[in-house]
Each structure stands twice: as C-alpha cells, then as structure tokens.
Design a protein around this ligand. Sequence first.
Ligand code: 3PG
Length: 307
Amino acid sequence: MKKVLIATDKPFAKEAVEGIKKIAQEAKYELVLLEKYTEVKQLLDAVKDVDAMIVRSDLITREVVEHAKNLKIVVRAGAGYDNLDLAACTEHGVCAMNTPGQNSNAVAELALGMMVYMARGCFGGKSGTELKEKTLGIHAYGNVGKLVADIAKGFGMKIYAYDPFIPEDKIKKDNVTPVSSVEELYSKCQYVSLHIPANDKTKKSINYDLLKKMPKNAMLVNTARKEVIDEEGMVKLMEERPDFRYVSDIEPGNKAVFEEKFKGRYYFTPNKMGAQTEEANINAGFAAMRQIVAFLENGDATYKVNK
Ligand code: 3PG
C-alpha cells in the first residue's frame, strides 16, 4: 500500500484534510498526518517510509529529501515552491509539483483587504481614504495578480500591470493598462501589489531606488515573499517618507524596527495568512492529492516544476 504524508506546519482546514483522506482511500493509499510540528526531526522521522508528500510552506531541504528513501513525489499545495530544494529532488528522482491557481482567490482577497485596512487607518477611528480612482500597479500578472485586478475594478481603481512574460494584449483584454518597465509601474501607481516569485533574480529586487519612485501616499502590498524586499532599503525609505505605508502577508526580518519607528504605517500578518481559507485549503489540498494519484498511477507529470 502506498503511503502519503501531509506535512503541514500550518494545518489545512479540517474539511480539506477529510476530503484529501477520501481521495487517498479511493486510491487505496494510506494517509498520515504531521501537523504543527515544532522540530525538523519530527519531519525527518515522518518522511522515512512515504511514497508521496503534500506540503505548504514547509521547508523540504536536501536533508529531508535524503531521509525520504521511498519518496517519488512531493506536491507543494500552493503556488510558490521556493521552499522545495529542487536540485535535491531531481538528484534523488523525486518529482516536485505545485498546484497553480488553486489558492489564488484567497490571496487576492487578502491583498485588497489589507489595502482597505491600511487606507482606513487600521480601523482606528480617524478619517481615512478610499481606493476609488486611485492607481494600482500589479507587479506580475499571474493567477493572483489578475484576480487582484478583477477585485480592484469593483473598487473603481485605475489598474496598471507589469509582466514581461505575459503578452500586452492579454492584459489589455482585462481592461488593465500594461506598462513596459518596473520603474514605470512604480512611478505611476500609488498602490503596488506584489506577485513575483522569490528566486535568484527577484530577491531584494524591491529596493529603495524603486520604492522611492512611488507617488505621494504610496502603499506597497506584499502577498508574495519577504525575500523579494530589500528590508534595509524599505526602512530607509520609510524614514524619509512619512507618507509611505507597507502591508505584508508575512513579517519582515526587521519587524522590531517597524514597531519602534513606523507605528500606524505598516501591518504584518502574524503567520502567512493569504492562502489560509477553507476554500483555498480544499482547492489546493484536493488538487495536490489528485496530482499524486495521477502521477503514481499513470505517470502524469503535469505541474512538475523540477527537471
Ligand atoms: C503560496 O505560495 O501558495 C502561498 O504563499 C501560500 O502559502 P501557504 O500554503 O504556506 O499558506
């Protein structure tokens, strides 16, 4: 009997786990659960004899892959797979996948929610501002970026997007204005919503020089990864620009500086919350389990992200 492990430091909703279990049972697989683990050793022990695993932002390092002697496939139930050591997976013949698009709506809703929260002074009782007719820049027009644009249209925002990998006419079809450079996007838009992946090219790419181009009363909305931000540059800018605000679905490494210096101008979720909805857990969790069955039974490697 094949064994599948769900290893989630941040657990899926109960309904999602039950549904994943059902798909596993139908395939006659054994399903084991490791949730809210506190030490890497627990993960290393749990992976020892599994054929497949489903994870979220859990770190699947070389050490984990090397401990998982029977592992054939690991699926990151979500979009970003920067938490998987792809080289180690490839070397050990492990197929690595993600489940693109499955949790995008949850992330997009949170991006807009955080924008409203900050524009309204964290609901603290003082007069705030509205999103209507403000400019919004979508930095990377993938699954989440497109949904952010869709929702923001309902707010009456003027929407621009920069994505070198998406043809301009595809962006225009959505009534979004494409721009030809990152610099142009940041210069034009009071709000920028980030949807770039974290990789060697993008890490620390959102830096002081770029952010300072943003117009007055700017707000950066980060539901991507903290690694893409040049955190020192961000602090320098916020010191210089009292009008600048930053909301992020993950705490930066230098959160203490924000607490000390920038009260009322930032908001950070305590634990990455973008994809933390019942619906997103069901969509991404079920997709992950189905992809595992399709791979193990029929060799279907759609969504494979390693070589
Ligand atoms: C993703 O890349 O899909 C999101 O960042 C969600 O991450 P999570 O599964 O850890 O909530």
